[in-house]
Each structure stands twice: as C-alpha cells, then as structure tokens.
Design a binder for this molecule. Sequence first.
Ligand code: ADP
Ligand code: MG
Length: 724
Amino acid sequence: MTQAPALHTARLGSDRAAPRVSVDRLLHPRSVAVFGASDSVDKFGGRIMHFLVRHGFAGTIYPINPRRSAVVGHVAYPSIGDLPAPPDVAILAVPADTLVQSVTEAAAAGVGCCVIISTGFAEAGAEGMARQAALVEVSRATGMRLIGPNCMGLVVPHHRLALCSSVVLDTDRLRDGPLGLVSQSGALMVSVFDRAATDGIGFRHCVSVGNQVDVEICDVLEYLVDDAGTEAICVYVEGLLDGPRFRRAAAMARKAGKPLLVVKTGRTQAGAVSARSHTASLAGSFEVFAAVCREEGAVIAHDPDDMVRAAHFLVRHRRPRRGGVAILSTSGGGAGIACDRVSELGLSQAVLSAETRAALGELLLPPQADNPVDLGGRRAPENVEISGEIARLLFDDSNVAYGLAILTSMPFFAKRSRLIAESAQAIDKPVMIVFTPGAAADAPREALREIGQFFFDRTEDALRVLALMAEHDAHSAAARPLAARPAGLPEAAPEGSGVLSAEEATRWLQAYGIPVARDATAATPEAAAEAAARLGFPVVLKAISRDIVHKSDLGAVQLGLASPTEVVEAACEMAARLARSTPLARLDGFVVQETVRGEAEVIVGARRDPQFGPVVLVGLGGIAVEILKDIALAPAPVTLERARLMLDALAGAPLFRGARGRPPLDVEAIADVVSRLSWLAVDLGPRLVDFEVNPLIVRPQGEGAIAVDSRATLTETFHKEPHP
Ligand code: ADP
Ligand code: MG
C-alpha cells in the first residue's frame, strides 16, 4: 500500500492561479523539456530522452544539461531558463532534494506542466511532506500544472509520446488502441501497458498520477470520457480524492457509452470502523465504493489484466448483448469444467434455438449437437473445415451473448483454431478462446496472433473476463429510474443529535412511514406489567440503557412473556443481571413490545460514508447479521425498484420467495422500508452517522414487515445540549 491519508494533505486548493495548460495539452504537448537529460540509458533522464526519440515524438525536444551541448542528437540547454520558448511539458526525474529548485525554475520559465517522476515526497515522511508542500506552493502561485510526484509519467501512443523512464518502453513501437488508462501507481501502469501490448491490446493514453498533488485521477478520467478516440476506460485507484466527482465522471462515461472498469485497492481496510452499529461494520469504504460503481455502471475488477482484457472485448464487440454463454470444446472434459464454472459464476448457459440445434445436428453426432458443443463428436472426423462452420452456427444463435472455446490439443490444431476464431470475428460476438495445452498450442497461438485474435491460456482467466463483461452488459441494460421522493414523507428529518434513544429512533421511523411494533415504556417492573396487559400477551421485554449496544448479548431482551407475573419477574431478573454483568451501565427503565411473529428477520441500515455520502443497506438480519454478511448496499436515496434489486442480489433471496414449504414473504414491504430509510438518510444530511433497523420482522406476502429494534447515531455538532 502506497496510499496513506497523508498523501492528500499537500495538494492544490481552489485558490490556485489559472492552470497554464489543459489536460488535453499536457497529454499532447508540442514541446517537451527533459531535466537531467543524458545519453546513458542507465540514467532516468537518458532513458526518457531515448524513448522520446525512438518512438518518434514529433514535437520539439529540449534536453536540459549544463555539461553537454547535445544529448541523443538534440541541442542541450544549460537550464530551463535558456530555452528559446517555454515547453508545454517538462519531465523531471532528478533527486528529490534538488527537485523543488528545478520545479521553481520551470515555473519561472513558463513551463505548462511538470511531470515529476522523482520519489521522496508525501510518501516519505515529514521531510518529503514539506517538499511536496513546496511543490504545491509553486504550482498554486503560478498556475503551472503538476503530474506526480512519485509517478511514472505518461504514454500516449497515438501522439508517439513516451514521457516515461520505464524500461518496458524499450520496444520497437508503442501499441496504439482505443483504451485509456489512468493509474495512481506508475509501476502498475507500465506493467499493464506492457502486458497488454504482449496480448495485442493497445492504449490511446496511459497516465500515472502518483501523489496527485495537482492532476488527479478524475482530471484524466473526465478527459478520457470526453476524448472521442477513447472507447473504454481503465482505472487503477488506491485512494480517491473526490468521491462525488468520480461518481459524476462514471455517470458521464456511461452516458457516453464508454465501458469503465476499475481496480481498487484497500478492500481489506473496509469495515475497520466503529462497531457501534452493524451497518458501520458492514458498509466499509470499499463496499460503498463498489456500490457507487454498480450504481453508475462501472465494473470493478480484481486484477488489472482482467480489467484490460474485458475492456478490449467490450470495445471490440459493441453490439448490445443479451443471452447466455455458449461453450465449444474439443474435449468433454474441457466442456464439463467450463459448464460447471459458468453456472458457479452465476452466468447462464445459452439455450439454443431448435434451428441451431437442427443445423448442428447435420454436422455433429446427436449428443454433441447442443450447448455445450463437443467438437470431438463430428459425423465426418476427417473434415477439418467444419470446425469454423460449427463455431459459426453455435455462436451466431440469437440466444448466445458470449462464446467460450476451450481448445485442447487436436489434429490440425492451428488450422481449426484459426477457423473458429475467424467465425467468432465474423459474427461480432465476444468469444473467449482458451488454449489449454502448453507448447503443443504454440502454433495455434501464433495463428490467432496473426489475425489479431486475443486468446487465454487458462479457462479461469477467460471466465473472469467473461464475468466482467456480463456485469457490464447487465449494468448497461438496467433501467435507472430517478429516485422520486415517495409521497407522504415529512418535509424534513426531525431535530436531534447524538445517540438517539430507542424510543426516539422508533418515533423517527414512524414519521417516515416505517411500521414499528406497538410498544410502551415503563420505569419499573410493575409499570411494565401494566403496560403489557394493555398491549396484550405475550410480550417482549427489553431493558432501556444508552450504555448497551447489543441488548441480547447481555440478556436485556426477554421474549414470550405471557402474564403480568412473568413480566415483573423477568424485569427484576434483567435488572439484577445487568447490574452484575455491566455495573457501569445505567438502566433507564424498560420497553414492553407486542410480539411480532414473522418468517424472517432482515437488517435495513443507513450510514453516511465520508467519501460518497448516504448509503443504505439491506441484508439477512437478526443477531447473526455480521456472521452471515449477506448484504446489499446502494447509495441513497433508492427507488422501490432498486430496493427490490438489492433484495434479489442477496444470497438468501430464495428465502423471500418461499423456500422449503414456507410462504413467500412480503418483499414489497421490505423494499418500501429500504426506500423510506434511504430518504431519512438523505434528509439527515451531514447529521447522519448511522441509522439502523435490526431486525425488521418480515411476514408472509401481503402482511407487511415490522421494525422491532432500531438504533441511530447522529453527529453531536447540531443542537448541542446545554451543560448544566
Ligand atoms: P438487540 O439487537 O439489541 O440484541 P433486539 O431488540 O433486536 O435486541 O432483539 C433481539 C432479537 O429478539 C431480535 O433479533 C428478534 O429475534 C427478537 N425480538 C426482539 N423484539 C421482538 C418482538 N417485538 N417480537 C418478536 N421478536 C422480537
Ligand atoms: Mg437488534
């Protein structure tokens, strides 16, 4: 992890002078100055010079070196101030201790943007932090833009520009393509670039932003969304500086029809937050980021290569896809493994039309003439040519969205593989071709490279990419109704701050139209018994104490009390038990509740994420919620429709539909609570910390759902109670 909160402390504010150049200009400079320019490829400044020249940068190159008159065939200048004209961009890979001086000179000379490769800034302790602050100050005062520090620069193949010191650029050509990449990590950017090039996949822009003191991920992301030549965007992010801006950019990418794929680190830090509510521990920062991405149609990958490959297929095959996966294999084993994994990944296997099956039946033996197709079962085994025809028939079926060809070694391997790939290309559908053998598949691999067909070496690699594409396609197909405020909600959330009492929280839920259990509070065991008689037996008794978070852990919930005597006894025992187990907890009385009978318990929680604002979650609830961790999360507010989809996404969703002889449950009632709580979360604005119903007891369809326990924490900043 290179990301630390400290990285964000020295950064340009809004009081900067007007930026000298646009992002477009700094990605397509007309002239470039190289600090520390050298002829030696063993030096940073030497490699940068060589790559600029070797890859044919068409603009002006100004090497800066006081001891040389020329570097790599270009006139050298003793200092940046000596150039005939200020360059659009200067690149600096000089030691950190002289860097600030160089950047100051660059600003004075009128340079548009400094790309700072050097490390030793905010990522390197207090001294580095001070240096970073100095850089920021130069840029703030002058409007000179900065990329980095602690980055790897940029590669813009269509501009023949490699402004980067990485040895991976020591190649004959920079592979151009329709993909854009913005990466917080420089090393990752260049390795992704290189791997993609090896795979035959090219980029239009690759930009690493490092510590993001000025140009940040979203500056580049917004540019890529706008750039006509960029067809899909890949992002590697450790920490976002501006969550809402990222969200807007993602929405713009979706609107522009550009797939956006993201790899985000820091997943494991999620949940490392206050455990005062389940919602807080279940809706950690990564989960919220993922929910925002889902909402805006961006796809999260776990591996950068998967991200790039999925982007490649998505731009290559732009026709909207509907349907399942068709599997073609040259072995029953390959087909079997693929079938199992496809369904385990939640992808559907395509159901072929009768016509396709009939046509396949002409070429294949009957058991093979259906999805999955086993090429081994041909009617005329000597006929190699029909491999392409079989692939065409299978993949062209209108129920097929994705193809998966698992190719084990076979006679005429290269020829057949090529025929299959050509069919896939001709019908314009993404077909993931996997070669399972090692060296035996070298000739077929070469055959596919010749026709520009990407292939995989492992079935699992192909499946992950397929799953990413399917996720993208599902996002694109989903309608996104705006969350209209349901009728009958209060104009604004009630006044109040701090940790609400259970009673207050319940009243607020009621105000938002969420059904709650009938209840009454009581100061003494006897009063509890009287309240119980009014509610009707059996009742539930709970202790009231602001010092207790999870009541049942401490024996502060007693169910099934059937008479006044049982209530008095239970209350006395509860008080005694609490006095023993948690002597410091203050008992503020009791609440008596009607017994709610239902079929399932769910949690519905809301919380304010520091980065993205209010979010709402729903999951299988009750006291096992953190063990089950079966939750769905979305940015608030949510429509009923979105709430239904959230419920569908739960692993426990079959329970709602009525599993094992149980009745179907009132899913609409749950969705309604999710939507209403999401609006409460929105209305609470910055006051919200978290607000949680757990459980909401769900009854059979048509009978509703009722909240029996809730808790809420708001910030203390509003309406502070006066001190006595
Ligand atoms: P806590 O979450 O603080 O432990 P709850 O009030 O949620 O306490 O009660 C714990 C469990 O007791 C609930 O998950 C539910 O199973 C059951 N329960 C609580 N109140 C009721 C009620 N009014 N009717 C039926 N069951 C209840
Ligand atoms: Mg509870």
